[in-house]
Design a protein around this ligand. Structure first.
Ligand code: PLP
Length: 427
């Protein structure tokens, strides 16, 4: 660690990204309570579905218990569409490969495993930190039978949608769009969550709009929306008794949670504006350091700036080794590394987080195929990368990157102090 002389810790912790409540949330929760719609039916749920569909610009929305639930049912729908209805107890993707974002949260891709498919991870590009269209095209040349792509917009920054849509069209593949982190972000004037054949947003506690938990499935297809609604309520058939002809799930959103989401939706643009200010203040405050911020295509996309991140220049990295659960680094003058910055921020009571560790480096997915621009590979161990040979873009961003405190409620003074601490790391 470097010196923190003269810098006082925050009395109240500054979070990475915590819920920002406004008051209406409580009113709608109370409405649910007082009208006794304390279940998975009620006005709040209907309103959330209406408001999100309207905002996003899609025809149907189905409110669910989590973004993961939305992604699971999206994945199941895609599997059924592509490969037909599965036999009971079998996943719809049994034995099928699916191309997936590599630099993402594991909830994007776990549903592929729930449906018995096999995720093939696609490397990341450096311009937006999302799925690399060049690597995706390469993957189709290696596995021409693949028919499904799962892609996420990392940290609220839209990926290269034109290129990816072209490739999907060329190979006749469907897209599941994981817009969990990117609610309100747009690409060429169109909101994320409308590009895929099946789309999902999350209302988890740390997302830009939250219900404490919750998620939503988005589509223009009435049949798909009806199916997701049915599956999410235990696949009850239209019969006088509980009649089940398909496996079901208990995935519907609660009307109380929906009250929170409903109260938050009018504040989405305000939250985005705050997040953008935070990003720009970091950009300005850190501009003389050997770092770059998480990049985006300013001409064609409008991120929601959910998390502000930095990437340390290669030449300014001090030596660091990461094992599975621990790390070791050498503190060096004029250089730093993400763990040192995290320790320094933690010492002043501010929360930061490493870049999401890529899926191909995760023990659970390490044996899955992984495709870079150069071609096919397997997941690598951390040690391999730390010998100095950077083998893929995702591992490199993980190695050199960090998510900075990006909380809406952080004051300018607090952010200035955080910037000062990051500067100290490079002394
Ligand atoms: C948060 C998140 C999810 C999962 O959403 P939950 O509502 O927490 O289930 C999925 N994908 C990504 C990229 C996320 O960040």
């Amino acid at each position: 660690m470097k010196s923190l002389d003269g810098i006082k810790p925050f009395e109240k912790k500054v979070w990475l990204s915590s819920p920002t409540m406004h008051g209406e949330e409580l009113e709608f929760m109370k409405e649910a309570f007082e009208s006794n719609w304390m279940s998975t039916v009620g006005k709040n749920i209907n309103e959330v579905e209406r408001l999100v569909a309207e905002r996003i610009g899609c025809r149907y929305a189905v409110a669910l218990s989590a973004g993961t639930a939305a992604l699971h049912l999206a994945t199941k729908l895609a599997g059924e569409k592509l490969y037909g209805q599965a036999r009971p107890y079998e996943g719809t993707l049994e034995g099928k490969r699916v191309f997936c974002s590599d630099l993402t949260f594991d909830a994007s891709v776990n549903p592929v495993a729930y449906e018995d498919g096999e995720a093939v991870f696609i490397d990341t590009e450096e311009d937006t930190w999302n799925m690399d269209p060049v690597a995706l095209d390469k993957a189709f040349s290696l596995y021409p039978d693949v028919k499904l792509i799962v892609l996420a917009h990392l940290y609220g920054t839209p990926g290269k949608m034109d290129e990816i849509l072209d490739i999907a069209k060329k190979y006749n593949a469907l897209i599941i769009e994981d817009a969990a982190e990117s609610f309100g972000a747009s690409y060429k004037g169109k909101e994320t969550g409308t590009f895929g054949d099946y789309n999902a947003i999350s209302f988890n506690g740390n997302k830009i709009i939250t219900g404490s938990s919750g998620g939503i499935f988005l589509t223009d297809s009435k049949d798909d929306a009806d199916k997701v609604r049915k599956w999410s309520t235990q696949s009850r058939e239209d019969a006088p008794w509980y009649q089940h002809e398909e496996i079901g799930y208990n995935y519907r959103m609660s009307n109380v949670i929906a009250g929170v989401v409903r109260g938050q939706i009018p504040y989405l643009d305000e939250h985005i504006a705050r997040k953008k200010e935070i990003y720009q203040r970091y950009q300005e405050g850190l501009k003389d350091l050997p770092i770059t911020m998480n990049p985006y295509d300013a001409e064609n996309s409008g991120p929601n700036f959910w998390l502000s991140c930095l990437l340390i220049d290669k030449d300014s990295m001090s030596p660091i080794v990461r094992g599975e659960r621990e790390y070791l680094y050498q503190s060096q003058k004029g250089k730093t590394n993400p763990q040192e910055i995290m320790e320094m921020l933690s010492a002043i009571n501010a929360e930061s987080r490493p870049i999401w560790k890529p899926m191909h480096m995760q023990p659970i997915y390490r044996m899955n195929a992984f495709v870079t621009r150069q071609g096919n590979g397997r997941g690598r161990t951390n040690a391999y990368i730390d010998e100095g040979e950077i083998v893929d873009v995702g591992a490199d961003i993980f190695r050199r990157g960090l998510c900075l405190p990006s909380d809406n409620k952080m004051t300018e003074e607090e952010q200035e102090r955080i910037i000062e601490v990051v500067k100290r790391c490079f002394e």
